[in-house]
Design a protein around this ligand. Structure first.
Ligand code: ADP
Ligand code: MG
Ligand code: MG
Length: 252
């Protein structure tokens, strides 16, 4: 589904990603962990197509296309969901209206008929129950005055509605409390299917108490220096990152 090969990126003239290799198959949940400043958010941003990063090498092939060649909105239409790609706050536009436009845009791109209001509402109701979001929250202006937990719930709702093939969630910088972590985790677990995949970027081992990843990767100094299964996350919880840094620095 996604094959990242020797991906390199920089900001200004500082190398941040120094050759990332990662393969994600349908049905899999991958966790990307690692100490602060390793490049985790940079990886998510590069895949999202944020402009402040310059890709200097490698490729990221998603369903046969190099996503690095696509405009950010086309990456979304191809079926990649990046939570933070969506607007932070839109006063006067409710989540419902915002989502109707977004869902129908994606459908159009995929050659499907747009949903009419009745169909959209019925679809929305199903997904609202799935991610346990309230009508009251959806009626409010998008993200305006939302608490951290409400933003997360809304983000997971957007993900449920858009039915991405690949979701990339960066949970590092959002100041999540344990309730918000649980919301994200429940959403990821419930939306998991045989033909979609998720990459969760986090430095919180605790998130992985709720999401059971198929693979765990440790990013350090711009490279994936260790990969394993959920046992690796448990080992990290117990031992921290120092031993990984030492191993990686010894090799370098
Ligand atoms: P992580 O998410 O793993 O904590 P980041 O991807 O946010 O790490 O950052 C990786 C490195 O890139 C850090 O050294 C950070 O200081 C640097 N960096 C991130 N964003 C910028 C930026 N806008 N300008 C300059 N350096 C940046
Ligand atoms: Mg980060
Ligand atoms: Mg960061």
């Amino acid at each position: 589904m996604l094959k990242i090969k020797d991906l390199k990126a920089q900001i200004g003239d500082k190398d941040i990603l120094k050759g990332i290799n990662l393969e994600v198959k349908p049905g899999e949940v991958h966790a990307i962990m690692g100490p602060n400043g390793s490049g985790k958010s940079t990886l998510a941003s590069v895949l999202a197509g944020r402009e402040d990063f310059e890709v200097t090498g490698g490729e990221a092939v998603f369903q046969g296309k190099d996503v690095l060649d696509l405009a950010p909105e086309d990456r979304a239409r191809e079926g990649i969901f990046l939570a933070f790609q969506y607007p932070v706050e839109i006063p006067g536009v409710s989540t419902v209206n915002f989502m109707k436009t977004a869902v129908n845009e994606v459908r159009e791109y995929r050659g499907l008929e747009p949903l009419n209001s009745v169909e959209f509402l019925s679809e929305m109701k199903k997904k609202m129950e799935l991610v346990e979001i309230s009508q009251a929250l959806l009626s409010r202006s998008l993200n305006e005055g939302f608490s951290g937990g409400e933003k997360k719930r809304n983000e997971i709702f957007q993900m449920a509605m858009l039915e991405p093939k690949l979701a990339i969630l960066d949970e590092t910088d959002s100041g999540l409390d344990i309730d918000a972590l649980r919301i994200v985790a429940n959403g990821v677990n419930k939306l998991k299917s045989a033909d979609n995949a998720t990459i969760v970027v986090t430095h919180y081992q605790r998130l992985l108490d709720y999401i059971v990843p198929d693979y765990v990767h440790v990013l350090y100094n711009g490279r994936i220096v260790k990969s394993g299964t959920k046992e690796l996350a448990l080992e990290l919880e117990e031992k921290g990152y120092d031993w990984i840094k030492e191993e990686a620095d010894a090799k370098a």
